[in-house]
Write a protein that binds this ligand. Structure first.
Ligand SMILES: Nc1nc2c(c(=O)[nH]1)N[C@H]1C(S)=C(S)[C@@H](COP(=O)(O)OP(=O)(O)OC[C@H]3O[C@@H](n4cnc5c(=O)[nH]c(N)nc54)[C@H](O)[C@@H]3O)O[C@H]1N2
Ligand SMILES: Nc1nc2c(c(=O)[nH]1)N[C@H]1C(S)=C(S)[C@@H](COP(=O)(O)OP(=O)(O)OC[C@H]3O[C@@H](n4cnc5c(=O)[nH]c(N)nc54)[C@H](O)[C@@H]3O)O[C@H]1N2
Ligand code: SF4
Ligand SMILES: [Mo]
Length: 681
């Protein structure tokens, strides 16, 4: 018996978009490994996927394999299996009654990037558009403030530099991204192989920061001040590109006087970054050509929008744009999909979206929320205000549908759970949000039990709602063909599936080669009328957040190398490897509280409390606590994860999350079992 080998692609919300080789025998997956021929994965997946794709993803007992209907109280997780017909009929009956009564806008559509493949990630939006449901603004839980900030300045946030151009860069500045966790292959290969100096700006000495040529460790939320001081040095030392500023920006005259007082000595006091280090970083970046990678962790601050606007001035002022080895990246979205095709205009006008930060409050109001659908998202683990959200999800009259691969905490609150196929079980397309590449996701095996790809679930939901628009029933093949027909890089899906991944262009693309910017003025809008109209200052400001007072600590909860958001938290091998949840404290902060490595500590604020195990290390500066996200509340001793501490405060732009602005007090707890914080019923 021989195995069949298939190429496919990892569709997780990850910069890397690794190529995968799946080995299949007798209709079952035998192994999932990195594709040795793939330029990113080079034969090796990250640790979480190499365990989880061969573990929990293949475990029929861990997977949802049949539609389920709730029995017993909300949140208790009691279900009985039902067939697709019964499950869909019940959803249809309930939603039609809502549409005829209070209105379709009281059906809330919560979704994000549980899978980033294009059909499974996007097709559902056609259905919700036709339904008239209210969308919970997806990016508001992740990166919206950064998108808004870059749109003000550059008119786009999704046409970043081409990573291939690193070969031409003398410096790569990684600001508020942690590739060692969030882009492991960029950390392992792309950065070390780049000829330029690597400068990292991160409050935490991550493995990427530890290996960099320079590491600047500002206090969280002080990055705008740091950026202004770097701009001060760049201008002082003659590295400002006055020609570019003159011809291709508006508002330089309004900004430049504000740089004068922002000396490195001033910034040292405000940010904690030694002036000499700041000088070195500004000299390296300013001399160029330099790349700037702005991470998503950077903007999850109360003034995160201003931070992004300030940091993204660096390429404009120093002229690190429009030439090889220069440019900035937040996210790339370069695969050209016709937006009107993706969301045909005939499907109706959607009600205004609402922020994830407001979701718990909306779910407390029955008049605003009769029904909730969650797909590609696990809000009971990842959203703010966890305890309050879960109380609201417990409303008996809130008709909740979860479409999921695994039985998450969110599923426990559903009335109907619909089983979704995983990426190994259907064809799709994956476009990297880092590299300029397009990949095939190839069906290796059939879904377990009755599970179906998201797209098929939405076609069936359209049918049961009586929606006959052809766009809602388009086949996967037709959609894949339509998307590939617009793309020069590949002939068709068969060719893409053979190759696995193709570059979108043969040669590296120079970002903004023509120095034309899709802003209202066509220039980089250092001063932005649009920002002003939205109630923000016309130009970025040299602000830094106030340091926590009264012995509080700033809590950072970014990506864990062991999980992809909360995905993989239910893999037993991974759970064993990571053990109990920890919080890392600086030795001074630990000593001040009488805490030693391995002690139990209670983190607390007005929103909630959580007990964790202490790790003591100077990877964090004094005043900062570090506890990566990624755990399923129901698998934790207290039935909660770090988001029980997250008050859901918004950043300044876009109603976006300010999760890295959370503050807590930390107190030693004695031995003994902690009381559960959230009871499921
Ligand atoms: N404290 C704290 N909280 C955070 C963050 C933080 O940094 N700190 N980060 C925020 C960020 S950046 C994000 S993006 C969010 C992420 O939050 P979520 O989007 O909730 O992330 P996951 O918990 O991984 O949930 C995705 C779910 O999609 C499911 N899924 C995977 N594939 C499919 C599929 O094909 N079909 C269906 N129907 N489901 C599928 C997975 O099983 C998984 O349960 O969390 C935010 N929350
Ligand atoms: N392994 C793994 N990979 C992932 C994910 C995951 O959960 N696990 N999540 C995926 C998703 S949804 C996203 S959005 C991306 C996010 O990945 P990244 O873009 O790398 O962002 P984060 O991991 O949230 O945070 C990156 C760094 O920002 C730092 N940071 C926090 N506050 C500040 C600040 O005020 N200033 C500065 N300079 N730095 C700050 C944190 O210490 C952290 O090291 O990763 C994706 N990849
Ligand atoms: S999560 Fe990222 S690093 Fe891991 S296999 Fe998928 S694409 Fe690669
Ligand atoms: Mo994210």
């Amino acid at each position: 018996m021989t195995d069949t080998l298939l190429r496919t692609t990892c569709p997780r919300d990850c910069y890397d978009a690794c190529g995968i080789v799946v080995s299949v025998r007798d209709g079952a997956v035998r192994s999932v490994r990195g594709d040795p021929g793939h330029p990113v994965s080079r034969g090796k997946l990250c640790r979480k996927c190499s365990i989880g794709y061969n573990g929990v993803f293949l475990d029929p007992d861990a997977r949802l394999t049949t539609p389920l209907r709730r029995v017993g109280p909300k949140g208790a997780g009691g279900f009985e299996p039902v067939g697709w017909d019964d499950a869909l009929a019940e959803i249809g009956r309930r939603w039609r009654a809502i549409c005829d009564g209070p209105g379709a806008h009281t059906i809330l559509n919560a979704h994000y990037t549980g899978t980033c493949s294009i059909l499974a990630g996007s097709f559902g939006s056609r259905f919700f558009r036709r339904l008239g449901a209210t969308e919970i603004d997806p990016d508001s839980v992740c990166n919206k403030a950064g998108h808004v900030a870059l749109d003000y300045l550059y008119g786009t946030s999704v046409t970043g530099f081409d990573p291939r151009t690193a070969r031409d860069a003398a410096c790569i500045l990684v600001w508020g991204a942690n590739p060692s966790a969030s882009a492991p292959h960029a950390h392992d290969h792309w950065l070390p192989e780049a000829p330029g100096r690597v400068v990292v700006v991160d409050p935490v000495r991550t493995p990427t920061a530890a290996r960099a040529d320079l590491h600047l460790q500002p206090f969280p939320g002080s990055d705008a001040a740091l950026a202004f001081a770097m701009l001060h040095v760049i201008v002082r030392d003659g590295h400002a590109d006055l020609g570019l500023l003159e011809r291709h920006t508006v508002g330089w005259d309004e900004l430049s006087p504000a740089l004068e007082p922002c000396t490195p000595a001033w910034a040292e006091g405000v940010t904690g970054v030694p002036a000499t280090l700041l000088e070195d970083a500004a000299a390296a970046y300013g001399a160029g050509p330099s790349l700037l990678w702005m991470g998503q962790g950077l903007q999850r601050q109360a003034t995160g929008g201003n931070v992004m606007r300030a940091v993204s001035l660096l390429p404009a002022v120093s002229g690190n744009l429009g030439r090889p080895g220069a440019g900035f990246l937040y996210l790339n979205d370069r695969f050209d999909i016709d937006e009107d095709w993706l969301l045909p205009p005939g499907l109706g006008d959607p009600p205004p979206p609402v922020s994830h930060m407001d979701l718990a409050g909306i779910l407390e109001r029955p008049a605003a929320s009769r029904s909730l659908v969650c797909w590609n998202i696990n809000i009971a683990a990842s959203n703010p205000d966890q305890a309050r959200l879960r109380r609201a999800l417990g409303r008996e009259d809130l008709f909740t549908v979860a479409i999921e691969v695994f039985a998450t905490d969110t599923c426990d609150y559903a009335d109907i759970v619909l089983p979704a196929a995983s990426f190994l079980e259907f064809d799709d397309l994956v476009a990297s949000y880092f590299d300029l590449s397009l990949s095939a996701q190839v069906k290796a095996v059939s879904p377990p039990g009755l599970a179906l790809p998201n797209q098929e679930i939405f076609r069936r939901l359209a049918a049961v709602m009586g929606f006959s628009e052809p766009e809602l029933h388009e086949s996967d093949r037709s959609m894949i063909d339509a998307m590939l027909a617009r793309c020069d890089a590949v002939e068709g899906f068969a060719e893409l599936a053979r190759a696995g991944t193709v570059p979108l262009t043969p040669e590296p693309v120079v970002q903004f080669a023509d120095l034309a910017f899709p802003t209202p003025s066509g220039c980089i809008e250092i001063a932005s009328a649009a920002a002003e109209a939205d109630g923000h200052p016309r130009v970025p400001q040299p602000w830094a957040d106030a340091r926590p007072a009264d012995g509080r600590l700033r809590l950072l909860t970014p990506a864990s190398p062991w999980m992809l958001n909360e995905t993989f938290a239910n893999d037993p091998k991974i759970a064993r490897r990571i053990g109990a949840g920890t919080v890392t404290l600086h030795p001074e902060d630990a000593a001040r509280r009488g805490l030693a490595e391995g002690d139990r500590v209670r983190l607390q604020n007005a929103t909630g409390a959580l007990e964790l195990t202490v790790a003591v290390s100077d990877i964090v500066p004094p005043g900062v606590a570090y506890s990566p996200k990624g755990r399923w509340p129901k698998r934790e001793q207290q039935g909660a994860n770090v988001n029980v501490l997250n008050d859901g405060r918004k950043a300044d732009f876009g109603g976006s999350t300010a999760v890295h602005g959370v503050e807590v007090v930390a107190e030693r707890v004695g031995p003994g079992r902690p009381a559960p914080l959230i009871r499921s019923s």
